[in-house]
Design a protein around this ligand. Structure first.
Ligand code: PRX
Length: 573
């Protein structure tokens, strides 16, 4: 992979013209000038994302195209302002939601999710978006930990909200028809229809909380990562540099707002820039996805390797039926961008796929590939201007190029998490020497400053004194024609420390056999190295994955060692 040729710069006018020069000079205070609060002191991310456009030439510009195959709706920035005002009035008047209170939004992607998220922010409340597939235990953990007072949900999900077990929860809004109200359960649409379209935004401090995403660590219960309104500075600026968004773009981010990509770049990045945003609800299908690109004329598309692999799996005939000629910029996030996906991008989609690296805790892009920069396939790219990223050893000392270590960021970027909810010690534990945010990923940097992802620190395999990143082995396995999914772990071994074990699911119609096993092992040996080849291979029909598509090696390890698998709330069905 590392030897794959560099992909050339895309010709054209890009927002980030000269990476090196901008990286050498950028100061975030410069980006603040884009916002009216730079002069007025009146801060609120909801105002900057929606209301300010509603009084400009963008008033009637489309803010949201929504399509789930059933509902198909279009909202201008002015519509979004009025609808989020109504939602704010409902939350304030019917549930007494106030600045700083926690409100959860637990529903599938529908326009009401976006109205109420923006509306709650206008009150100054802290919004916890919950992915619709969460079950009761996961909902309980998050609402309990954050002492939330309000939740907005749908009839189908209501039974997963354990109202009687949550002492702080005062109001449950249900978005649907014929809602049976009680003293705590209220019919959202009824009050929404009556609510005023005017609302006085609550101005907040730049450092006040905005979004609370719960994310699982390698141990313990999920933790609440708090972002603040000031994150807007980075989300706005990176939407320009990394997503390369411009006035006339039609942008589609496929992530659900239950995950950080779905808020930072599914809501704020585009709307802070006044750009038209596409939301596709409903289930994934290649037809619906390619169809959405064609129907709306999507120009910038942000998705994830798993999704690209599913599209790949659907074959080149389907893609040929759609007109995808409007696309000009394609990006990926969340997991390593495997070589076979890069190849598919170049050969079938006809685009470089731009990898971006960041995490819930960083709140915005950190290390990325930009259209104006050469891509080294397999590398996550270079730090966003204004971000200082490096590799440190376990003591917090920076290490030379090509040395594998902890991927770390110098503390203090705009979108950085400001709290782990209710757990200041845990928060501090992320920062080494009070200076470096340590990501938990291992990586190395090359002599040109490109970063190369190796794996989570806790997943790195030491076998016979050799360090092996499971990602490299998995990538190689995925190139084998019979392999659909692969997860690789280190299995304790008395002689070698650990040996590499691969869990593999095979393409439909292919039967496991010893011959195939040997063939796959040789494939890795030849393609990568002898010490990277899995000594053990186990075939399974399906592998445990998170809903965002990451193979859960932790669960594989638990299967292997016969240990409890821990929190499975983020695992797909
Ligand atoms: O291990 C890295 C992986 O996803 C982790 C962060 O997960 P989450 O907080 O759910 O956020 C995902 C979307 C922002 C990281 O620690 N990860 C994220 N992006 C990449 C990646 N791994 C490899 N390459 C990436 N581009």
């Amino acid at each position: 992979m590392k030897t794959m040729e560099k992909l050339a710069v895309i010709p054209g006018e890009h927002n980030l013209k000269n990476y090196e020069e901008t990286a050498a000079n950028h100061d975030w205070q410069h980006s603040e000038k884009a916002f009216s609060w730079f002069e007025t002191g009146k801060v609120n991310i909801a105002y900057e994302a929606i209301d300010r456009h509603a009084t400009t030439h963008r008033k009637n510009k489309v803010a949201l195209y929504y399509n789930d195959g059933n509902r198909k709706e279009t909202y201008s920035f002015f519509d979004m302002k009025r609808h989020s005002n109504k939602a704010a009035n409902v939350l304030k008047e019917r549930a007494e939601l106030k600045k700083g209170d926690r409100v959860f939004i637990f529903m599938p992607r529908t326009p009401e999710l976006y109205f109420s998220l923006i509306g709650a922010l206008k009150i100054g409340a802290i919004v916890g978006p919950l992915f619709e597939a969460f079950m009761e235990g996961a909902v309980y953990d998050r609402l309990m930990d954050s002492e939330a007072t309000v939740i907005i949900t749908t009839p189908a999900l209501l039974s997963r909200v354990p109202l009687e077990k949550l002492p702080h929860l005062k109001t449950v809004f249900v978005v649907g028809e014929n809602i049976e109200e009680t003293d705590k359960i209220l019919d959202f649409n009824k009050y929404f229809a009556e609510a005023s379209q005017d609302f006085d935004i609550e101005w907040v401090d730049k450092e006040d909380g905005s979004i609370l995403h719960y994310t699982s660590g390698s141990t313990g219960a999920p933790k609440g990562v708090l972002q603040v309104h000031y994150a807007m500075v980075q989300q706005y600026q990176t939407a320009q540099w990394v997503l390369d968004l411009k006035e006339d773009d039609i942008y589609w981010c496929t992530a659900d707002p239950g995950w950080v990509t779905g808020t930072a770049y599914g809501i704020f990045g585009p709307w802070l820039n006044g750009v038209t945003n596409v939301v596709v609800g409903g289930r994934f299908s290649p037809q619906a996805w390619y169809g959405a690109i064609e129907e709306y004329g999507v120009t910038v598309w942000y998705s994830a390797p798993t999704a690209f692999r599913m599209l790949m799996g659907a074959g080149p005939n389907i893609i040929g039926k759609y007109n995808l000629s409007t696309l000009r910029h394609v990006l990926s996030v969340g997991e390593p961008l495997n070589p076979e996906v890069v190849k598919w991008g170049l050969e079938i989609l006809n685009h470089r796929i731009h990898d971006t690296w960041w995490m819930t805790e960083t709140g915005g892009h950190m290390i990325c590939n930009y259209p104006s920069m050469e891509i080294k396939p397999g590398s996550m790219g270079k730090p966003v201007p204004g971000i200082y990223a490096t590799i440190v050893d376990d003591q917090g000392n920076e290490v030379p190029p090509y040395t594998m270590g902890n991927l770390a960021i110098k503390k203090g970027w705009p979108a950085m998490m400001r709290q782990i909810w209710g757990n200041p010690e845990r928060y501090e534990s992320y920062f080494l020497k009070g200076e470096w945010y340590v990501s938990g990923d291992s990586a190395f940097m090359d002599e040109e400053g490109y970063f190369w992802f190796q794996g989570r620190v806790d997943d790195v395999i030491m076998t016979a004194g050799e360090r092996v990143g499971p990602f490299e082995v998995e990538s190689k396995l995925l190139e084998h024609p019979d392999v659909v999914e692969a997860g690789v772990i280190g299995k304790p071994d008395p002689v070698r420390g650990e040996i590499i074990k691969a869990f593999i699911s095979l393409r439909e119609g292919v039967e496991p056999s010893e011959v195939l096993e040997a063939n796959i092992r040789d494939f890795v040996k030849i393609g990568l190295s002898a010490h990277s080849a899995p000594r053990e291979i186990e075939f399974r029909d399906k592998l445990p994955k998170t809903r965002s598509g990451k193979i859960m090696r932790r669960v594989l390890k638990a299967w292997e060692l016969d240990l409890p698998a821990g929190d499975l709330s983020t695992m797909e069905e």
